[in-house]
Design a protein around this ligand. Structure first.
Ligand code: 5GP
Ligand code: ZN
Length: 116
């Protein structure tokens, strides 16, 4: 059901185009449509998990895999040395707007802390 309504499930299925940076059997990485830094990628699982609130112990390996893929995307964009940021927004207060869990990968400029 989520596959028919969820934006990122549609990207996984190829029904909506995206600038893919990496994909394997469990994850897909692509450029954010509204980049907030010179590098702004999203790393998502192929399987639909709405947010960290819906993640279970069964998802532990998958969530870890997303971070490894995030580091790979950052490395391939040349940010290993200078650094990069990974962000997972969860729920309304964090500003989550797409309810298919995703890791933002931001790099290529000096990022401020704390985030807004
Ligand atoms: P969130 O606000 O849920 O943490 O992040 C959702 C992200 O998805 C936003 O940064 C937004 O720019 C991005 N996004 C929304 N729609 C699309 C789309 O159709 N294609 C791509 N590549 N990114 C999208
Ligand atoms: Zn989905």
């Amino acid at each position: 059901m989520a596959e028919q309504t969820c934006l990122f499930c549609k990207i996984v299925a190829g029904a909506i185009p995206a600038a893919k940076l990496f994909e394997d059997d469990r994850a897909v990485a692509f450029g954010d449509i509204n980049p907030q830094a010179p590098t702004h990628a999203l790393v998502i699982p192929r399987a639909h998990v709405a947010s960290l609130n819906e993640a279970s112990a069964e998802d532990e390996a998958l969530l870890g895999h997303l971070l490894v893929v995030a580091a790979r995307v950052a490395r391939e964009a040349g940010h290993s040395e200078g650094g990069f940021r990974t962000v997972i927004n969860t729920g309304a207060d964090a500003g989550q707007s797409v309810f298919h869990v995703h890791v933002h990968v931001l790099g290529g400029r000096r990022l401020t802390w704390p985030p807004g």
